[in-house]
Design a protein around this ligand. Structure first.
Ligand SMILES: CC(C)(COP(=O)(O)OP(=O)(O)OC[C@H]1O[C@@H](n2cnc3c(N)ncnc32)[C@H](O)[C@@H]1OP(=O)(O)O)[C@@H](O)C(=O)NCCC(=O)NCCS
Length: 220
């Protein structure tokens, strides 16, 4: 079945599959299994996402590769598939360009999060890193969250040594909120941004579709 027809059928039951955020040829869409398999190939490839030996600079990015890494990724991504509720929702979004899956972004609200707070996270294939896509994807997620879902605050976290992720966060004007040292000794730096700060860096011409059904599901 065509990916967009499949997404439309899934969206009737799980409205996160109806979300579509587009900017300058990059499209964020709920990933089909075919797209998840493409992403699993990137995760499985040695150095496909994280330079070998640098996973300690990321929060919880495992050292595994090959089939083990592919299965771990797929099972993690499948676990995110659930009907959204006001108390907890997860919107994993494949980062697509010209029909190719380049990475994955997640916009979510977890059970313990204050009302109106959303979380963002993302990764890109290594070949796509360092040319501005990570920053654009973050701004696309914030467009969805702030301009369409009524979020009041967006939070994110990165390992202290993750220069690229922290540069995206810092240059968009996020404020550091706290640091946590994980069990593995990695220091996590957490930061937050409000709509007022985001508006100063807002990307022009981000096209967002499919919000109504999703918003109805996550609004009490
Ligand atoms: C983190 C990530 C999504 C950032 O996306 P990216 O496309 O590589 O970053 P960008 O090219 O948009 O760069 C954004 C800014 O960071 C800076 N930057 C990028 N890589 C950097 C690095 N290694 N060191 C320092 N600064 C860096 C850029 O100069 C740019 O700054 P500017 O806005 O002032 O020009 C991407 O690198 C990635 O997927 N990394 C591996 C997985 C990961 O770490 N995910 C996040 C886990 S918390």
């Amino acid at each position: 079945m065509d990916a967009d027809l499949l997404r439309a059928d899934l969206a009737a039951l799980y409205p996160q599959f109806g979300l579509r955020v587009a900017h300058a040829g990059t499209v964020l869409l709920g990933p089909t299994d075919e797209e998840l398999l493409e992403l699993a190939d990137l995760v499985a490839e040695p150095g496909g996402v994280v330079e070998p030996g640098r996973s300690g600079e990321l929060m919880g990015w495992p050292e595994d590769q090959g089939e083990v890494a592919a299965r771990r990724f797929l099972e993690w991504a499948w676990r995110l598939r659930e009907a959204p509720t006001p108390a907890r929702w997860r919107a994993p979004l494949a980062i697509l360009d010209g029909g190719r899956a380049l990475g994955l972004a997640v916009l979510a609200h977890e059970l313990d999060d204050p009302a109106g707070t959303v979380r963002t996270s993302s990764w890109l294939a290594r070949a796509e890193q360092g040319r501005g896509l990570g920053r654009r994807v973050r701004l696309m997620l914030l467009e969805l969250a702030f301009a369409h879902l009524g979020a009041l605050r967006a939070v994110t976290g990165a390992a202290e040594g993750n220069a690229a992720s922290r540069a995206v966060t810092g240059r968009l004007g996020y404020r550091e909120t706290h640091r946590v040292t994980g069990g593995d000794g990695v220091v996590e730096v957490h930061a937050a941004i409000t709509p007022a700060t985001w508006r100063r860096r807002r990307l022009p011409d981000v096209d967002v579709e499919g919000v109504d059904a999703f918003l109805a599901a996550v609004t009490s």
